[in-house]
Design a protein around this ligand. Structure first.
Ligand code: SF4
Ligand code: SF4
Length: 380
């Protein structure tokens, strides 16, 4: 697999690395030169391209064809940058705090998943997060993972880590590493970890996944899910990341299930958002990024779900329709329009609707509370 991808991105053109941070802008003429290069011109890397690759930290030989170094993506008129794709909704854990809930739709055939990947590439998305459920549980994970690479996407994996050492996955992940593996962490001891996952032996498999990732020098981010059962182990969970040179991020809030079940909240630590600072960046859900569920439904994000646009059976152009759908789903709720808190409130309409549907409205979601229930939840 070539180490670099040359791609249109958000109206410009870039060269990105597949498994490390680093991206450079190139001109349209340079992009076209690479796109239309004839095979006879491909046995030597042009000087200008060599300069960019050195800038990105490439120390290998430039006396080789550009096709060995670069995957050049076709241009598309759509301008999305990032996507997540839930290739399977099943999981090998039984976490009671999981926002997917207990209803898990059937998995699609591999051929359909490949069609979905092709459409995602056609949206312009350069970064692709493969997620689930547990994506490594899928028997066609390796096929899907390699297909996403072949289509010229920078691939990331979101996993509980327990199947990273499964012999079906190790070779391909080690030899074609993802840009990043995000591993959820549910505790630093067997007792706390398995009381959340509900699966005996899962803590050992999680640790084996961490150690194997470190031995392969994968870029890992540990997503620490802080709950009532592991709250006292936060420092040790951070050490699990630090000892292996991994990044980490701690999550303190837990969402209700997408179906509106509030039982997930029982695991949540006592949480009060004290900052209440308005984010300086506007959410770009459905504009520059999107989510695809395991049935091929495209939504603005993992929380703002919809079945209106499906990549396997939608006649109109999903990528033309999605920004309109996002505008509808993310328009302020009625109760927010005249709210005194709206200038500093960080809660988007989909998050508000999800909590309303579950009948739980903690103050970190809505300071105004539940005195008005005029949110239209029909599109959740
Ligand atoms: S949950 Fe809300 S803020 Fe977060 S990505 Fe979705 S729409 Fe944007
Ligand atoms: S505090 Fe509640 S009502 Fe006010 S803007 Fe935020 S979510 Fe909307």
């Amino acid at each position: 697999m070539q180490p670099f991808i040359c791609s249109p991105l958000l109206g410009g053109f870039v060269i990105a690395q597949r498994n490390r941070p680093g991206i450079v802008d190139i001109t349209e003429d340079e992009y076209k030169e690479l796109l239309h290069e004839s095979p006879s011109e491909q046995d030597q890397t042009p000087d200008w391209l060599g300069g960019y690759l050195r800038e990105l930290g490439y120390h290998g030989s430039l006396n080789r064809g550009t096709q060995d170094l670069l995957c050049v993506r076709q241009s598309t008129r759509h301008q999305f940058a990032k996507a997540s794709y839930e290739i399977v909704s099943r999981c090998n854990y039984r976490c009671s705090h999981c926002y997917l809930g207990s209803e898990r739709p059937k998995e699609l055939r591999t051929a359909d998943k490949i069609l979905i990947l092709q459409q995602i590439a056609n949206s312009g998305a350069l970064m692709l997060q493969l997620t689930g459920g547990e994506p490594l549980l899928s028997s066609d994970f390796v096929t899907i993972y390699l297909a996403a690479h072949e289509l010229g996407m920078v691939v990331m994996i979101s996993t509980n880590g327990s199947l990273l050492t499964d012999s079906r996955n190790t070779e391909v992940i080690a030899t074609t590493p993802p840009y990043r593996v995000t591993i959820s962490c549910y505790g630093a001891t067997r007792q706390s970890y398995e009381s959340l996952t509900g699966i005996a032996g899962s803590f050992q498999r999680f640790l084996a996944g961490l150690n194997w990732s470190a031995s392969c020098k994968l870029r890992v981010r540990l997503n620490i899910i802080l709950t009532k059962t592991n709250e006292s182990e936060l420092a040790r969970m951070v050490e699990l990341a630090d000892e292996r040179g991994f990044e980490h991020h701690t999550y303190r809030t837990i969402a209700p299930t997408l179906a509106g079940d509030a039982s997930t909240q029982a695991a949540m630590v006592d949480y009060r958002d004290r900052s209440h600072k308005k984010s300086s960046t506007r959410c770009r859900a459905g504009k520059s990024f999107f989510h695809v569920d395991c049935q091929g439904n495209v939504s603005p994000c993992m929380i703002a779900r919809s079945t209106a646009l499906n990549l396997l059976n939608c006649e109109s152009s999903v990528w033309d329709e999605l920004p309109r759908l996002a505008d509808e789903m993310l328009a302020p709720a009625k109760k927010c329009v005249n709210c005194l808190w709206k200038k500093t409130c960080q809660t988007c309409r989909p998050k508000l609707e999800l909590h309303q549907k579950a009948g739980v409205l903690p103050t970190y979601i809505c300071k105004k509370g539940g005195e008005e229930s005029d949110v239209d939840c029909s599109q959740s």
